[in-house]
Design a protein around this ligand. Structure first.
Ligand SMILES: Cc1ncc(COP(=O)(O)O)c(C=O)c1O
Length: 472
């Protein structure tokens, strides 16, 4: 695998060496759809209305496993291993907000899209809506390849702003949110108990949580201080040169909770590390809130050691359907696809995702985006007028903002921020996220941009809460 001299520099990346574990042949229950990927011709969607053509009736490329019980198969863990599992990893409850939705709360804590999904009001009326959920076909397993959806995602990201090359479905893995890709990459490239990942705090918690679950340690190289929150490139390069067994670098652009887009040149320097043989994972969950052409997804056609993750959970407002994508070189996409559960994307999820990235869905997404940006500007203008609100930390290139809360002496303070956070949730029904314990985020709350009504209630509630907490 070589890297083009024009963009990348000297080729270093050798996946054969990085990927020590060979792809595993997963045994499947005999009465289940075993080996579903090879049985279906690529690109063929098992729909009721699509008749089988002779060309589709190719023999499976792999034989089905024999009908022996699972645990008798060679690749299954032995009973001894099952009764003596490896030390359970310490789990953190990073997934759930402390405050649940009681139907009246204003939820500005999870960076969801308060303006709703990129779906028109017509989606519930099947005819002519553009939404193609085959409800009466739900007794069939979904398409394991998702070729059509992958092509749509490629069309969206083939901007040719960063390369003349073109993404194809072979560059894609689609999963149950980008959280599936975060975990799948760890399982692909890291040997439990030995290998490590590198993260740059403050950053998205799931990189560390997934690593912990997979018994993979994390090396941390913090971002440079606010307000830039940019990558500390010399320290990252140094760590990759000197620390052993770092296989993956997870970086986030725009960052969560920083809201800053990473400099393209900084990412490129890591990709071009002269000796490190690992993969850079660029998380672009919030990329549609950033300026146009900020996505580096198409760069995976230039750098075989780059993975770019995206999701429909944020700008597209579809957190509920769980659809994430990882763009990469075909060999990495191939690994991720061979490792995934066969039918990880349900038919309704696929149909809804396909609608969202169609022209109709994109128009709705862009309309909602404009509303979010307008409310984001409003928060930016109004928050500094509230006594006790400190500086904006980080950037504005996302659907959330990170602001300091100040104590009575005017200093950023975690006690104040935590008290305000609790007061907002418990007495005002407004849920934001306390981020004061993250690196470089002293006294900070992260506020997801909501609708106009939600922002109005948030601003009023914050003013009162700060007043009550600071006693002024
Ligand atoms: C940076 C980042 N990456 C990934 C995710 C998870 O996205 P998904 O819903 O696709 O799993 C989030 C969710 O908050 C996020 O903030």
């Amino acid at each position: 695998m070589t890297r083009p001299s024009g963009v990348g520099g000297a080729p270093v990346f050798k996946m054969e060496e990085l990927r020590e574990l060979q792809p595993i042949e997963h045994p499947q229950p005999a009465d289940h759809q075993s080996n579903p990927q090879p049985i279906l011709p690529k690109g063929y969607h098992r729909r009721r209305n699509v008749p089988l053509q002779p060309r589709d009736l190719r023999p499976p490329q792999h034989s089905r496993p024999s009908a022996v019980p699972l645990c008798e198969r060679a690749s299954c863990p032995s009973p001894a291993l099952i009764s003596a599992p490896r030390k359970p990893p310490k789990l953190t409850n990073a997934l759930h907000s402390d405050y649940k939705d009681d139907g009246t709360n204003i939820l500005l804590d999870a960076n969801e899209n308060a303006f709703g999904p990129s779906l028109g009001p017509d989606v519930t009326t099947a005819a002519g809506s553009g939404l193609d959920v085959d409800f009466l076909g739900l007794h069939r397993y979904p398409d394991p390849h998702q070729g059509d959806l992958k092509q749509q995602l490629c069309n969206l990201r083939n901007t040719h702003a960063h390369t003349p090359k073109t993404l194809t479905p072979d560059n894609l893995f689609v999963g149950v949110g980008s959280d599936e890709a975060i975990d799948a990459l760890l399982r692909c490239f890291c040997v439990p108990g030995r290998d490590r990942i590198l993260t740059c705090p403050p950053t998205y918690g799931m990189y560390g949580v997934s690593a912990q679950v997979n018994d993979v340690a994390t090396v941390k190289v913090p971002l440079l201080p606010a307000p830039t929150f940019s990558l500390d490139v010399p320290k990252i390069l140094d760590a990759l040169s000197n620390e052993e067994n770092i296989k993956l670098v997870y970086v986030c652009s725009p960052g969560n909770p920083t809201g800053s887009v990473l400099a393209k040149a900084d990412v490129q320097q890591i990709l071009n590390h002269p000796t490190w043989n690992g993969v850079v994972v660029l998380d672009e969950a919030y990329i549609d809130f950033a300026p146009e052409d900020a996505s580096l997804a198409e760069w995976v056609t230039e750098f075989p050691n780059l993975v770019v993750m995206q999701t429909l959970s944020k700008a597209f407002g579809l957190a509920g359907i769980r659809l994430g994508a990882a763009f990469s070189s075909p060999p990495i996409a191939g690994l991720l696809n061979s490792l995934k559960a066969p039918y990880n994307i349900s038919s309704p999820t696929s149909a809804l995702a396909s609608y969202a990235v169609s022209d109709k869905g994109l128009a709705i997404m862009r309309d909602n985006l404009a509303k979010i940006i307008s409310q984001r500007d409003r928060i930016l203008a109004e928050l500094p007028k509230i006594p006790g609100v400190g500086r904006l930390r980080g950037g504005t290139e996302s659907n959330f903002l990170l602001f300091e809360m100040l104590d009575a002496a005017g200093n950023p303070d975690n006690t104040t921020a935590l008290a305000v956070y609790e007061k907002l949730a418990e007495t005002k029904g407004v849920v934001v996220r306390f981020r004061g314990k993250e690196h470089g985020c002293l006294g900070c709350l992260r506020i997801t941009v909501g609708t106009e009504i939600e922002v109005t209630r948030f601003l009023e509630s914050l003013r009162t809460s700060l007043n009550e907490v600071r006693g002024s």
